[in-house]
Design a protein around this ligand. Structure first.
Ligand code: ZN
Length: 76
């Protein structure tokens, strides 16, 4: 009786991929007028020498008007 030894071949290649996800932008900005979370479409407006960011043109207008009315001398 001749028994031929079987050769067991097991090739298990485990490749582990390391993905580095660097989340540098962790600060969430919000619209200066309506507190809506800003995305890449945010608009920068200069109000009284200070640059603020708003979500849309309407909010930019609102801020401008609010600043203008705040600086306007009201007689009352
Ligand atoms: Zn807004």
């Amino acid at each position: 009786m001749i028994v031929a030894p079987d050769a067991w071949r097991s090739n298990g290649v485990a490749q582990s991929r390391a993905t580095n996800e660097a989340t540098a932008m962790t600060n969430t900005k919000t619209c200066a007028a309506c507190d809506y979370p800003l995305d890449e479409n945010a608009i920068q407006v200069r109000i009284g020498g200070q640059t603020v960011e708003v979500c849309c043109e309407d909010c930019a207008k609102k801020l401008n008007e609010a600043y203008a009315s705040a600086n306007a001398t009201t007689t009352g």
